[in-house]
Design a protein around this ligand. Structure first.
Ligand code: ATP
Ligand code: MG
Length: 651
């Protein structure tokens, strides 16, 4: 994946230098890079000192048993104290921590002082249910304040949480509870989704039949729908938490005490229980959140639209923002309930200053049309973030123009469940932005792009993205499977962490993510990146979203097959479909080169996505190769594949 990729690069020449006014006042200044460069470990020591430690560490990093890292060795702290109590102690108890916006329109604003009492009550209740430091607690909740409170309550008593996304099935929940041997499950009767109450407890009831480790199920009442009840096992939150003592003395735990296990979404295979610990994780979550979003806790209103079930919800709703004393919005529902302007309405209402969302959402908004956000006052926004997939340059431009008022810097943040926190991102006010590129490693982070022989590729070439230095929020392993940890991440290139993503360095050495290496296609011996062809398609004014896969082809080995969703205002009608398809094929050939010209372009209404919004290309590959479609259990909407197949037969 080296020179061949080079010859097929999509050219993106637009540049957005920082606004001088923003740059002058920005939190992160260019010196941060030099400082980290001069002494990386001293730099991380300094970032760790932004937290409150009970015992100072004696060693910054112990890498003697690589790849098993220990950061801030000997240090002790309480993560929940850092995220809640210390802000109260500093006199900021009246600051709002969470503005909760329920899907039906109900709201709650919770100050840091109130959060301290709620977390203390929940901590006392968990102790009363028999949870001890070192235990695991599974959390299966909608996006309601109790989700945040539950995570912090676990952290407070030194138990590790394992949050399972509320959209996952009983079987997915069961296997995760079982793998982690969770003692308690925290759930709710249901949550609101697309205008209706959607049940959660039945999945827990089904799951715990086969999970002997579970002693108690703690149930939040959210929707008041009927639930089955087992008196010996189930307890209501409003019984045991509301009546619990609202004072709890936090105890300090070792920096390496497990904080959580989070199973990766399974875009590629069997979910892995990624283990994160306390001191290093919190240090990097807080540091990145502050600098990447230019956070001013005393005046900003930050909003991350992720679900708490993903790592983004862990690091950039719970731990990073709360460690920094931020005020933030959390929203329970979907962006189109009760109307397609819901996000913009929320931003206008709370005067949100930083928005952190995913390319899949941005492309959906593009598809719905510019006129929707135009009806709202979005002028409070000053930094926009993107995470989860490569953002196509055209989606980036749309985001900046229609959401950011042609002004707000965009931070395209590359990271993974495994990295725990952002690793590659522009810094607002510092970096001259390039649409579609995550650009540079954050200060303190070591990255490179290497070829098959582990040699760093020169600027202008593509290869494999690797992390060259241990980092504080790195995963400490795969729960219960140290061999799989070494095998998955550390065996491909000796001494380097292999992220599984392809990337290229441009002429300036900036990083462009090319998608997962498993998705890279080989057409007549040329390695083609799915991301680049998708971005070429999205750069056509008629296209909102595109997914590209390689399908086996007798003459070329693999051929490019594209699935596209057209923009709402594209003025497309069925009779023109052949002309549109021809136009799109030629467009890709022109933008990238004839080698990338899709053999087929299929117009569809939906694409198969995981519940965190990532396109599941392997299912599209099944369609393109006329195979039976594989496992669809992690899809957000499992009927999508039927629609696509039906649409294709009709077309
Ligand atoms: P699994 O590992 O189980 O297949 P997953 O990789 O989808 O699941 P995550 O850890 O949520 O689970 O996603 C991390 C991946 O998302 C990265 O490896 C990368 O492929 C992609 N990604 C995240 N942010 C970006 C970004 N800003 N640009 C490009 N790709 C990104
Ligand atoms: Mg992954």
């Amino acid at each position: 994946m080296t020179d061949e990729t080079l010859s097929n690069l999509l050219h993106e020449e637009r540049r957005f230098p920082p606004d001088p006014a923003f740059a002058g006042a920005a939190l992160a200044q260019p010196e941060l890079y030099q400082q980290a460069q001069a002494d990386r470990l001293a730099f991380w020591d300094e970032q760790a000192r932004a937290l409150d430690w009970t015992t100072e560490w004696t060693q910054t990093l112990d890498w003697s048993n690589a790849p098993f890292a220990k950061w801030f060795v000997g240090g002790t702290l309480n993560v929940a104290y850092n995220c809640v109590d210390r802000h109260v102690d500093a006199g900021n108890g009246e600051r709002v921590a969470l503005h909760f916006e329920g899907e039906p329109g109900d709201t709650r604003s919770i100050t840091y002082a109130q959060l301290q009492r709620e977390v203390s009550k929940a901590a006392n209740a968990l102790l009363g249910l028999g949870v001890e430091a070192g235990d695991r607690v599974a959390i299966y909740l909608p996006m309601i304040p109790e989700a945040v409170i539950s995570m912090l309550a676990c952290a407070r008593i030194g138990a590790a949480h394992s949050v399972v996304f509320g959209g996952f099935s009983a079987e997915a929940l069961r296997s995760r509870i079982d793998d982690a041997d969770a003692k308690v499950v925290i759930t709710s009767d249901g949550g609101y989704r697309r205008g209706n109450p959607s049940a959660l407890k039945p999945a827990v009831d089904a799951a715990v039949v086969n999970t002997p480790s579970v002693k108690k199920v703690l149930v939040v009442q959210r929707t008041k729908q009927d639930v089955a009840w087992d008196d010996s096992r189930d307890v209501w939150w409003h019984d045991v938490v509301d009546s619990a003592e609202d004072v709890h003395q936090p105890q300090a735990f070792d920096a390496e005490n497990p904080l959580f296990i989070l199973y990766t979404s399974g875009t590629t295979g069997k979910p892995k229980g990624i283990l994160h610990t306390s001191g290093g994780y919190l240090t990097q979550a807080a540091y990145t959140h502050r600098n990447v979003f230019d956070l001013r806790p005393e005046k900003d209103i930050y909003w991350c639209t992720a679900d708490i079930g993903w790592v983004t919800g862990h690091s950039y709703i719970v731990y990073g923002p709360l460690a920094n004393g931020a005020t933030q919005v959390i929203y329970e529902g979907t962006p189109d309930t009760p109307h397609k302007g819901r996000f913009w309405e929320i931003i206008q209402k709370y005067k949100v200053t930083q928005l952190y969302t995913a390319p899949t959402a941005i492309r959906t908004f593009m598809k719905w049309g510019d006129d929707i956000p135009a009806q709202y006052d979005l002028s409070s926004l000053r930094v926009l973030g993107s995470v989860g997939e490569p953002i196509n340059p055209e989606a980036w431009i749309w985001y900046r123009k229609h959401i950011g008022g042609d002004q707000a810097p965009i931070v395209d943040t590359w990271w993974q469940t495994e990295t725990g926190a952002i690793m590659i991102s522009p810094l607002p006010g510092v970096t001259t932005a390039k649409p579609g590129s995550a650009q540079v490693a954050l200060p303190g982070i070591g990255i490179d792009v290497v070829d098959d022989a582990m040699k760093p590729v020169p600027n202008g070439s593509g290869g494999y993205l690797v992390l060259t230095e241990p980092w504080p929020s790195m995963l400490r392993g795969i729960w219960g499977d140290p061999e799989r940890f070494k095998e998955t991440y550390w065996s491909r290139f000796e001494g380097l962490y292999f992220a599984g993503d392809g990337a290229k360095k441009d002429e300036d050495g900036d990083i462009w993510l090319l998608g997962r290496v498993d998705d890279v296609m080989n057409v007549s011996g040329h390695r083609l990146s799915t991301t680049e062809i998708e971005s070429a398609l999205v750069s056509h004014p008629k296209v909102a979203e595109a997914a590209v896969v390689g399908a086996s082809d007798e003459t070329t080995g693999q051929a490019v097959c594209a699935f596209v969703i057209l923009r709402g205002d594209a003025g497309y009608d069925e009779s023109q479909s052949e002309a549109v398809i021809a136009e799109l094929r030629n467009h890709v050939a022109k933008e990238i080169g004839p080698i990338a010209k899709p053999r087929q372009v299929m117009v569809v209404n939906e694409l198969p996505k995981t519940r965190s919004g990532k396109i599941m290309r392997r299912l599209l590959q099944d369609v393109a190769e006329n195979r039976t479609v594989g496992d669809v259990t992690t899809l957000a909407d499992s009927t999508v594949m039927d629609l696509i197949k039906k649409g294709l037969r009709a077309g």
